[in-house]
Design a binder for this molecule. Sequence first.
Ligand code: DGP
Length: 212
Amino acid sequence: MAQQRGLLIVVEGCDRSGKSTQCDNLVTSLKQDGIDTELVKFPDRTTQTGKMIDSYLQQKSDLDDHAIHLLFSANRWEAMKALSEKLNNGTTLVVDRYAFSGVAFSSAKGLDLEWCRNPDIGLLTPDVILFLDLDIDEAEKRGGFGQERYEKRELQIKVRQEFMKLKDDSWKMIDASQSKEDVQRDIWDTIQSSKAQLKDTIQPLQFNLWKR
Ligand code: DGP
């Protein structure tokens, strides 16, 4: 029997929603369950594009909003071949941020939402999209935002609104205001039921994110 491909699980959310901790936990739990799993994080700050993005986020350099949008997209595109090979070889990927962050952050800054979608048309389509939802006041209670460019209350409010424009019925909404353990449990239950639903219908990998 052919080896089943891995699942592409995307985790999205605003800053301070606990995304990175929960991605780590999910990877650990999947591995403990015997599933070959890797964590992927966008932006990948280690590549050439990633270094430019890192410098921009740390406010060490400035770039036109369109230019940085395209760089974030390029940072995803340059990873696609390696990620598709891993998935086809049976590795499940937990992806911390994806094209939805790309559109939400840039459109929150005032760029046209449809323009923002374009560079990511054709990226790998996720099997599961989890959104860690956290009210902005709750996010701020978690020790306040950091020093990076986007970590400001007004922008984060807009980012969440833009995420909600992108959301469709397939998104799995997770209440991120719960305790860490409860969020972890909700994510685990959601992944188990998604896996059960996908079991008989799992499709070959598709490069058609936002195909029109
Ligand atoms: P993180 O390393 O997950 O904290 O992300 C760094 C910051 O960059 C965070 O404020 C969210 C933002 N971000 C992530 N992906 C994108 C993207 O594709 N486009 C834009 N404009 N911002 C992004």
